[in-house]
Write a protein that binds this ligand. Structure first.
Ligand SMILES: Cc1cc2nc3c(=O)[nH]c(=O)nc-3n(C[C@H](O)[C@H](O)[C@H](O)COP(=O)(O)OP(=O)(O)OC[C@H]3O[C@@H](n4cnc5c(N)ncnc54)[C@H](O)[C@@H]3O)c2cc1C
Length: 597
């Protein structure tokens, strides 16, 4: 049975955070984990520490039997089938649990990638779009880890532009099989997977998904790619040469493969975001331990302000990332909970996941860029030792790079974020235009509505300001470009950056506010400090993106008056981040790990 989230958080439309105020009780945070969530977190953590970490060297040297064995062990522990209905051998747990597992398993990039491809994009297409017969045949093996899954969308000539694929499918003369011809590229798990979700165009036009078994005639796998990182995962091309796929293995409807391709990518994106946060938690522990024993100028380097600054920034990012990740899956669970007893019917679940496509893309972009920054700073903390293979810092730095490329590149995801919101705004599904108009009237009349007094008043006021800055810049841009704004990619990406940072800082503040309400200000000082440190950087990024958009859209007096409004919206007293970072760092150094309290 699906587990309900511990607290009844608000059931809200995707993207609506931009125009509505949220209260702490509206969002799910790690502090709301149930006993069951904590138990699964512990199981996943122990699995990672005892089973994955001791096998890293073997996986790095491409002993893929180990990856298979680990997938089977994870299946035995019930970690692989959390998104699979019980009727087909899974656990059918909530999305918070899915994110917890992705987060805790992420101690080694090579296996995280194997794991993600198998449990997510390799399995979920059948969960969400399979027929009864397909589910019965394939899901029990996938949930137990006996069968390994993979997902084959990309081709050498079409990665981001995946719908432009060249692989063709033609119905055989006897009408029993589809004959597939083409080549797929960069397929994770291909070296050892049993089952592939392959996308091809029927009659050269109708983009369609097929379930392809490794043993089907005409199917073969090419040589392993030599990669910059995640060397412990398998990545190979697939060759489909008159590959016969029974008609019964068409997945979903002919010509509707894009629904499958993009729907499961949303799940891939939120799990990737959660995994990046888990990986950062792991990285900071290594960095603290190293900084506490490495000496320079007669001191351990953990005593230096500039090393402490890095550790504090990483901790503030983890606090924020956790807040964003669990808030997002909490919203999905709240919406799924509102469906009542229809958990066995997967159509509504996948529609809910689509509803939060913006939040999923935000998590993917934010998480992948955050972990790139973290691993870069950790290499710096290790100094020369960070640049050689002796310590994991060097491998982690290489391993995380791909996160900005797969599951939709970050450029594509930024366009998805801004495009999805503008589409909703234009169709009236999300009253963004009305919010922009209200804000324009407000700024022209010189009145600015502020949040209610109370805990974290200044922080909440800044979140409200961030939303206004984003709306103002988006308003200026839509007035200038109207329907053609989608063609202005730099403007779209800048709008996406403001949306991402607003979601991040709001999530951090709501989480800190919830902690203050529960435990009081003193006991929540670390959380509040981390939220403040994060906000300071986020506000700078938001202001800079807004300035760029406004400068690109206006000139003369109009530009001057728009910049004056922006300056007014951006007026706030800075936090003393030097003191805040010192306090955060002291606590993490003392305890040897990231700490919320
Ligand atoms: C290790 C690894 C594992 C992978 N695993 C899988 C897998 O299991 N299954 C699978 O199907 N695929 C997989 N991929 C493929 C991956 O999804 C693609 O590499 C990715 O989608 C990018 O496609 P591309 O490489 O063709 O780059 P391109 O699409 O050619 O992009 C090149 C650059 O142009 C930019 N760009 C492209 N289009 C636009 C646009 N419209 N506007 C602005 N900028 C644009 C991109 O952001 C990028 O910076 C994997 C890739 C790697 C490296």
């Amino acid at each position: 049975m699906a587990t309900p989230t511990a607290v009844p958080v608000a059931n809200v439309p995707g993207g609506s955070f931009l125009i509505e105020e949220r209260k702490p009780e509206d969002v799910f945070t790690p502090e709301d984990f149930t006993e069951q969530h904590l138990l699964i977190a512990q199981t996943a953590e122990e699995f990672a520490v005892k089973e994955i970490v001791p096998n890293i060297e073997k996986m790095e040297h491409k002993e893929f039997a180990v990856n298979r064995e680990l997938l089977k062990k994870a299946g035995d522990l019930g970690l692989s089938g959390v998104d699979v209905p019980e009727a087909y051998g899974g656990m059918q747990l909530d999305k918070v649990t899915s994110a917890i597992i992705a987060d805790r398993v992420a101690k080694y990039g090579g296996f995280s990638t194997t794991w993600g491809a198998h449990t997510c994009i390799g399995t979920l297409p059948i969960v969400y779009f399979g027929t009864e017969a397909q589910k019965k045949k394939y899901l029990p093996g996938l949930a137990s880890g006996e069968t390994v899954g993979a997902y084959a969308l990309s081709e050498s000539s079409s990665g981001s532009d995946a719908l432009n694929c060249r692989t063709r499918a033609v119905l055989s003369a006897d009408g029993k099989d589809y004959i597939l011809n083409g080549e797929k590229m960069w397929i994770t798990n291909a070296g050892f997977a049993d089952l592939f979700i392959v996308f091809a165009k029927v009659e050269g036009e109708k983009f369609t998904a097929f379930i392809v078994e490794r043993g089907f005639p005409g199917f073969s796998v090419g040589a392993e790619e030599h990669k910059m990182g995640i060397r412990g995962s398998s990545t190979c091309p697939l060759i489909l040469s008159d590959c016969r796929v029974p008609v019964a293995n068409v997945l979903g409807e002919i010509g509707k493969g894009h629904h499958i391709a993009f729907n499961v990518l949303n799940v891939g994106r939120f799990k990737l975001g959660a995994a990046c946060v888990g990986s950062a938690r792991n990285c900071i522990e290594g960095a603290i331990a190293y900084a506490k024993q490495r000496k320079a100028f007669g001191k351990v380097i953990a005593d230096f302000g500039l090393i402490r600054e890095k550790l504090a920034n990483i901790a503030a990012g983890i606090f924020t990332g956790e807040a964003m990740a669990y808030r997002t899956v909490g919203m999905m669970d709240a919406a799924i909970g509102h469906l009542g007893a229809v958990h066995d019917e997967m159509v509504p679940v996948r529609k809910i996941i689509d509803e939060y496509a913006v939040e999923c893309s935000i998590l993917k972009v934010w998480g992948s860029e955050f972990i790139s920054n973290v691993t870069d700073e950790v290499v710096q903390i290790y100094g020369g030792y960070g640049f050689v293979e002796e310590y994991p810092a060097e491998r982690n730095y290489r391993d995380v790079r791909v996160n900005r490329i797969f599951e939709g590149t970050n450029e594509i995801n930024r366009l998805v974020i801004a495009g999805f919101l503008l589409k909703r705004a234009m169709s009236g599904q999300l009253p963004l235009m009305a919010a922009i108009k209200k804000l324009m009237d407000e700024v022209l009349s010189g009145t600015t509505e502020e949040s209610e007094e109370g805990p974290l008043y200044e922080e909440r006021r800044l979140v409200a300001r961030a939303k206004k800055i984003g709306l103002f810049a988006a308003g200026v841009a839509t007035q200038k470009y109207m329907q053609t704004i989608g063609d202005e990619q730099e403007i779209m990406a800048a709008i996406a950056n403001m949306v991402i940072e607003t979601y991040a800082m709001e999530s951090a503040v709501l989480r800190a506010h919830k902690l203050v309400a529960k435990n009081g200000e003193q006991a929540s000082a670390q959380a509040v400090a981390m939220a403040r440190v994060y906000m300071e950087g986020a506000m700078q990024k938001i202001e800079s993106a807004a300035r760029m958009v406004i400068a690109a859209c206006g000139e003369g007096d109009m530009l001057r008056s728009q910049l004056a409004i922006l300056r007014r919206l951006c007026k706030y007293d800075p936090f003393n981040v030097v003191a805040l970072r010192r306090a955060i760092a002291l606590r993490v150094i003392e305890t040897g790990k990231y700490q919320v309290a």
